[in-house]
Design a protein around this ligand. Structure first.
Ligand code: ADP
Ligand code: GN1
Ligand code: MG
Length: 360
């Protein structure tokens, strides 16, 4: 372990001295390490990406307040708060995170008996994740939304994401725009339709709720034995938002038959069996908090989140890969390609998706 990392670990109130550390998980934003102490305790230590999250104090207050709220609700419902939510480890001087010249770091108890998946092994895994995210939505239904700090303003404001794409095209910071004309055209052809949800929100037809906003399959921990969805993690983007986007972002990632960065687009499809499994789980978990209009718009939410994510990958490619972690130069472009392929698939399968939602 470097001196730098040692100094960070010593700031936290861990049980024992940290003797091992290794990179963990496959998130695109933060740097995640798994730590082990000489007393056999394990922790997750994360360097908060302050390019993405410019106010770590506001972010950590959100996460702390939300997890405290969830713990209370879970106790009331007879759940296990230590298993079903994240548990923070504060610093030795009682702060929510460490802030020093090494950056902003925070720590959680490692949930060693649970696992995160990058792809559902069976439809049941995906059903279980849907149920967990739906339950999360229901648990936060009466959370005081106005007390939440907005960690990334306009996060799922799709028209504003289009604006960012236009800016990226204009700037062409990495000199890549000429090579992605086809991808740009694909996105811009859909710009008008992408305003629908924000318009309905402005008209008061779609309510703002407290939402997770980053409902990827690997942001819920499952029980490896039962396959149940147990603990929703990655709470950095909890903000007022659209429930249909929490549904949609899960479909975007988890109902695809291939990885988010698959190069062979023939392998990338939107699997209707997986779509159905998630829909069933999410609606069961939500326990009737959604309005009929929200339910009707679930397939639209999936389409829009996929398009938006594709645009964000494409814009980051144009900007020179400054936002998402990448492993090679074309990584963001490969990701944009899979998202756009899924968008086309969803356009073709719109009626079938609608029929599935109507069933539940
Ligand atoms: P990112 O914002 O980079 O996606 P996450 O908070 O999602 O960061 O963490 C990355 C990965 O680390 C997760 O997908 C999961 O595999 C693992 N992870 C994070 N927190 C825990 C935890 N408390 N217990 C077990 N695994 C965890
Ligand atoms: C990022 O942090 P992670 O890897 O769970 C991103 C999401 C994207 C996702 C695409 C804060 O999620 O919005 O949908 O990558 N998170 C942030 O895989 O921008
Ligand atoms: Mg994550």
């Amino acid at each position: 372990m470097t001196d730098h990392l040692l100094k960070v670990t010593e700031a936290f109130a861990f049980d024992g001295k940290v003797v091992a550390s290794k990179p963990f998980g496959s998130g695109h934003i933060n740097e995640t390490l798994l730590l082990e102490t000489d007393k056999g305790s394990q922790y997750i230590l994360q360097k908060i990406n302050t390019y993405v999250f410019t106010n770590p104090q506001g972010l950590m207050e959100n996460v702390f307040n939300v997890t405290e709220f969830l713990k209370k609700r879970l106790v009331e419902q007879g759940g296990d708060p230590n298993r079903e939510t994240l548990t923070f480890i504060q610093t030795r001087d009682g702060k929510l995170y460490y802030d020093g010249e090494e950056g902003a770091w925070r720590a959680y108890r490692f949930q060693h008996d649970l696992m995160a998946l990058n792809a559902a092994r069976t439809p049941h895994d995906f059903y279980a994740s849907g149920k967990a995210f739906g339950h999360f939505q229901a648990l936060l239904n009466d959370y005081p939304a106005d007390t939440l700090f907005e960690t990334i303003p306009h996060f799922h404001d799709t028209p504003s994401r289009f604006k960012q794409l236009h800016e990226a095209i204009e700037k062409d910071a990495a000199g890549r725009a000429a090579s992605v004309q086809e991808e740009i055209e694909f996105a811009l052809a859909r710009e008008k339709d992408a305003a629908l949800v924000m318009d309905l929100q402005a008209q008061g037809v779609l309510p703002l709720r407290v939402t997770h906003n980053d409902t990827k399959l690997n942001n819920v921990l499952l029980d490896p034995e039962t396959g149940d969805g147990v603990c929703v993690i990655d709470l950095d983007t909890i903000m007022p938002g659209q429930a249909i986007f929490d549904f949609g972002d899960s479909i975007r990632f988890g109902a695809s038959t291939a990885a988010e960065d698959e190069k062979d687009l023939d392998k990338v499809q939107m699997d209707l069996e997986l779509f159905e499994a998630y829909t069933k789980g999410f609606l069961e978990g939500c326990n009737n908090v959604l309005s009929p209009t929200e339910k009707d718009l679930l397939p639209t939410g999936a389409w829009m989140m996929t398009l938006e994510c594709g645009i964000r990958f494409l814009a980051d490619y144009l900007n020179g890969d400054v936002y998402f972690k990448t492993a090679y130069p074309e990584h963001n472009l490969d990701r944009a390609h899979t998202q756009f392929k899924l968008v086309k698939e969803m356009e073709e399968k719109q009626d079938q998706m609608q029929a599935i939602v109507a069933k539940y």
